[in-house]
Every structure is written in C-alpha cells, then in structure tokens.
Design a protein around this ligand. Structure first.
Ligand code: RRO
Length: 310
C-alpha cells in the first residue's frame, strides 16, 4: 500500500487531497459530503461575520481548460460555522476553517469565534479577488503582516495563510519574510488568478455578471503559475513551513507535480465543482499508481524532489 498520508502543522491527514476553500463547501450538506468522501480533510468556505448571498449570478463559468468565478464570498457567517465545526469532527479527518473578512476587525472577531469552535487548523484568506472595492490583502505586505500579527495574538489554533499568485521573485522573498516573522504554521497557494476575463465571441459578451466579467481563474490553465509559486516558497524554506499546493489539479500526475515542487498536500477546486466528491477517490487511485510506478513508498518521499538542470 502506498502511503498517501501527510502532516501539516502537527496535524495528520489520512491523505493529502482536499477541497479548495470555495469548492462545494458552503452549506452543512456540502461539508458533510466532503466528510463522507475520500477527501483527506474538510475545508470550509471562507467565512465573514454575517451570512452573505454573494455576487449576482451568473458568477461561475467553466470552459475548456479552467473556470472563472466571481462568487463574492457567499457563506453562512462565523456563528453558523462555529456551531457546525464541532460536529464535522465526527468524520475523523482534519477540519480547516477558512477565515475571511471585509475589514481587519472582522478577521479578529472570526478568530475569537474559531477559538471556541476548535477546527484543527485555520486558513486565513488574504487573497479573495472578487469583492468590488476590496483589494487582495496579500498584495500589500505591510497590511498582511499587521493583520497576521494581530491574529497571532488571538488565535489559539495553528494558522496558515491562503496566498494569491505572485509573479516576481522579489514578491516571493517579501511574503516569505513576512510569514517567517509572524511564525505562520502553513501556506496554501495559490488562490485563483485574480481579475481574468473570459469572452464569449459568439454573443460578444462576458461570461459572468459581476465586475464587468472580471473574475478569478482556476483549473488547468493556472497550473504552471501554481507550481511556480509552490516551488518558489519551497526554494526559500525547504521543509520548514508546509505548503498546500492549489491550482490546476485534475489528475494524479498533477498532484505528483505539486508534491515534487514542494507541496505537502494539494487542494482541488475546479475539477471538484465539475466532478463532485467522487473526484477524491479517483485522484487517490491515480496518485498511488504514479507513486508505485516511480518507486516511491509514500507521498512525502517525493516532496520537493524536482530536479533543476545543471
Ligand atoms: O468567494 C469568492 O468569490 C472567492 C474567494 Br472568497 C476566493 O478566495 N477566491 C475565489 O476565487 N473566489
């Protein structure tokens, strides 16, 4: 048997495959379906103080090669998730609460609620691209540090951060320094590639309604950007801070590539929305096949093993 388990911030996962926050994880029903599936963890939708309907529809569109979304943080609100989380523990897999907010104080209020609810880990979302007038916090290094410092004073649960993609090595250096200073427990990257635009040429129209059609890109087309971001932080940190790779995972080989780049686990967004929770059993089977073929006894054995050319 190939060992697909992994450890992140001291928490053991039965396998390193889980949903990306946002994908089929808003309602109690969806969270329980993740619990009953082969997913190695349950990740909640990013939550805000009050319940939100999100942006007007249509707000999600899939196309050959990926997806574009501008959901606008539809979620049930901190109090409802705080009540739900303890009951999700019965599925005997880690529960990761994704914490968001519309302003810094929201995050602090959410941190207090989550201290009571006791998920295994908290993933602080600094990278939602879809709220009109609210920039992605992760692109402001000073603001990110201020917020994470304050959260560190409040949270009694290990917390990590969900980052946007960066496109320049200096930005990888800068965010890595910030995250080291605040003692981050793990990093999830990347969120969707923000503010892309998909065009329907026949109708000469955008494909989603909010923000004039601009939205976050996910799926196969973003895999090289995701792999580059995982690798860039692995090159800085090695195994000191675990990375959850997210972006473009459609099959077992994609998972393998993320792990080779340095990820300790992967999250699945677009393909989960398209295929439903049965995707986890398929990915686990395909990942085990490639690990066996390559002679690796476990997922962790190939972590970071990507070779550069001499
Ligand atoms: O809800 C969303 O529109 C959304 C969020 Br919070 C996020 O972090 N990433 C994304 O692609 N969509």
């Amino acid at each position: 048997m190939t060992d697909l388990s992994t450890v992140i911030a001291g928490v053991t996962f039965p396998n390193g495959l889980m949903n990306a926050s946002g994908a089929l994880c808003v309602t109690q029903e969806e969270l329980e379906a993740l619990g009953a599936s082969e997913a190695g963890a349950i990740v909640t939708k990013s939550m805000t103080p009050q319940a939100r309907q999100g942006n007007p529809e249509p707000r999600y569109f899939s196309f050959t090669g990926g997806s574009i979304n501008s959901m606008g943080l539809p979620n049930l609100g901190y109090p409802v998730y705080a009540k739900l989380i303890p009951s999700l523990r019965r599925f005997s897999k880690p529960v990761i609460a994704s914490l968001a907010g519309l302003q810094p104080d929201d995050f602090l209020e959410g941190a207090r609620a989550l201290n009571e609810a006791r998920p295994d880990l908290v993933e602080v979302n600094l990278s939602c691209p879809n709220i009109p007038g609210k920039p992605q916090i992760g692109y402001d290094f000073e603001e990110s540090e201020r917020l994470l410092e304050k959260l560190g004073d409040i949270l009694t649960i290990p917390f990590g951060v969900k980052l946007p993609p960066y496109f320049d090595p200096i930005h990888h250096q800068k965010i890595a320094q910030v995250l080291q200073r605040v003692n981050i427990a793990f990093v999830t990257m990347i969120n969707s590639v923000g503010n892309g635009l998909v065009v329907d040429p026949e109708r000469e129209r955008v494909v989603i309604k909010p923000k004039g059609g601009f939205g976050g890109l996910g799926g196969r087309i973003i895999k090289p950007v995701a792999l580059a971001n995982v690798r860039a932080l692995w090159n800085i940190w090695g195994d000191r801070i675990p990375i959850i790779g997210t972006g473009g995972v459609e099959n077992g080989v994609d998972v393998f590539e993320h792990i080779l780049c340095g990820a300790s686990a992967v999250q699945v967004g677009t393909v989960l929305v398209e295929e439903g929770c049965r995707v986890f059993a398929r990915l686990a089977r395909e990942l085990a096949e490639i690990l066996i073929r390559k002679g690796y006894g476990s997922l962790m054995a190939c972590r970071g093993k990507l070779q550069e050319m001499s």
